[in-house]
Design a protein around this ligand. Structure first.
Ligand SMILES: [Zn+2]
Length: 257
């Protein structure tokens, strides 16, 4: 059987084949020991699919701004030791592919996920936008405003330091006015940047912060109405992702293609 995992900054979800989805806290997970314990418990795991909140390439986790793992060659380790194949993909790429499968007529799909961090991904002409190092689309790590914090990527001025669950330190509602203002300014900056770079026909929003703050959808619709070239822009579909396991569902699609 197959083991499917969605390893996010906050939640760690997993399921066997199409079975029940189990949720654990990501901070409690040590990935290699977890996988080895499942291999020993289940005996018949053939392949492990992982949607991971970080930079991945060729079965290797390179880094993650929100999870303490770097330079981990999962593919080689599990193949050599257990003869089990690992399929690893960035979590937002998986979510974007899942959303694309639901909106097949979207030629340029942009996805923003605001959860623990601020992630984004793009599916253009049916393909994930990857870039040379498989890290294209990391808009959350675009320099925006210098902060007294260090981002997981190494800089101290990333959008993610203003636009994320971490930046709010709790809920949007309870954040102070300066934090709220910076959050919305940063989000608008990211949104307009993507509009101008890619001219998407579908914008999908997801993540806990979006789900808990429905006004974000209206805020971005309003931003769209006031965007540059508004006279020539046609209607933009903006929607909120409605499932929690877009990562796992997307993983199933990406791994087949
Ligand atoms: Zn960063």
């Amino acid at each position: 059987m197959n083991l499917y995992i969605d390893f996010g900054g906050t939640n760690f979800r997993y399921s066997f084949n199409d079975g029940e989805l189990f949720t654990l806290k990501s901070v409690d997970i040590e990935l290699v020991p977890f996988l080895e314990s499942q291999i020993n418990l289940q005996q018949d795991i053939r392949k492990i699919y992982i949607s991971f909140a970080g930079q991945v390439k060729n079965g290797k986790i390179l880094s993650s701004p929100n999870i303490a793992i770097q330079n981990l060659d999962l593919k080689t380790y599990f193949y050599d030791k257990y003869n089990i194949e690992i399929f690893l993909e960035n979590d937002l790429n998986c979510a974007a592919v899942y959303e694309h499968s639901r909106h097949k007529n979207a030629d340029i799909l942009a996805l923003f996920y605001i959860g623990t961090g601020f992630g984004s991904a793009f599916v253009i002409g049916g393909k994930i936008l990857r870039g040379k190092d498989n890290i294209a689309g990391e808009i959350g790590h675009t320099p925006f405003r210098k902060k007294d914090l260090k981002c997981g990527c190494g800089r101290d001025d990333c959008l993610e330091l203003c636009v994320s669950g971490k930046a709010l330190k709790g809920t949007f509602e309870h954040a102070d006015e300066a934090t709220k203002k910076e959050f919305l300014e940063g989000l608008a900056f990211a949104f307009h940047t993507v509009l101008n770079l890619f001219n998407p026909d579908l914008f999908v929003l997801g993540g806990g912060v979006v789900k808990n703050n429905p006004f974000i959808l209206d805020f971005l619709k309003e931003e769209y109405n006031n965007s540059s070239f508004k006279a020539v822009r046609s209607v933009l579909r903006i929607s909120v992702s409605d499932i929690d396991d877009a990562g796992i569902e997307g993983l199933k699609i990406v791994s087949k293609g």
